[in-house]
Design a protein around this ligand. Structure first.
Ligand SMILES: [Fe+2]
Length: 178
């Protein structure tokens, strides 16, 4: 193979490739979980969540492709097998019982927040340790998407808990930003 001469050492590129493969594995698992809940969800919020999760898995589908292709740009190979993804991903599946609607939202929120924490760490490593600002910038864009999705899911759960216990919102909390 022709040498890759883009101002990064082999060690730097390999370090970044390993981080990207971890992000790819997590994004792929999150894509699968989001699709499963898009299919399984029932109840009065069916259409809202069915459509929301379709939008999320479509975004994740674009992201996994972009992560895998960035790995190729750096001279590496994406993992690309389910067995391989499960070995290196940091997220967990909840196979077996079908969760309640609130549990589904909660599991996905936890996963997106975990991905955000991982990305924050990987962005710093790419920039500081491996001197690859291009990948740091790429991962920063992904992190923003996960932050937006996490906000939507968090808002959904907050609404659920208010409805279920009948509590009225505290007035001082609701005046923020008004
Ligand atoms: Fe569908």
């Amino acid at each position: 193979m022709k040498n890759i001469n883009i101002g990064l050492t082999e060690t730097q590129r390999q370090g970044v490739i390993d981080l990207l493969n971890n992000d790819l594995a997590d994004s792929y698992l999150l894509l699968v979980k989001t699709k499963k809940y898009h299919w399984d969800v029932v109840g009065p919020q069916f259409m809202t969540l069915h459509k929301l999760w379709q939008a999320h898995y479509e975004a994740l589908t674009i992201n996994v492709d972009a992560i895998a292709e960035r790995i190729r740009m750096l001279g590496g190979y994406p993992v690309g097998t389910m067995e391989g993804f499960l070995k290196i991903c940091s997220l967990k599946e909840h196979a077996g019982k079908i969760p309640t609607t609130t549990e589904m939202v909660s599991y996905l929120l936890d996963d997106h927040e975990k991905v955000i924490r991982n990305l924050r760490d990987h962005i710093e490593k790419c920039s500081e340790k491996y001197k690859d600002d291009g990948t740091a910038d790429f991962l920063t864009g992904l992190m923003g998407q996960h932050e937006e999705i996490a906000w939507m899911l968090r808002s959904f759960i907050e609404g659920e808990s208010l409805e279920s216990n009948g509590a009225k919102p505290e007035p001082n909390k609701k005046t923020v930003g008004v």
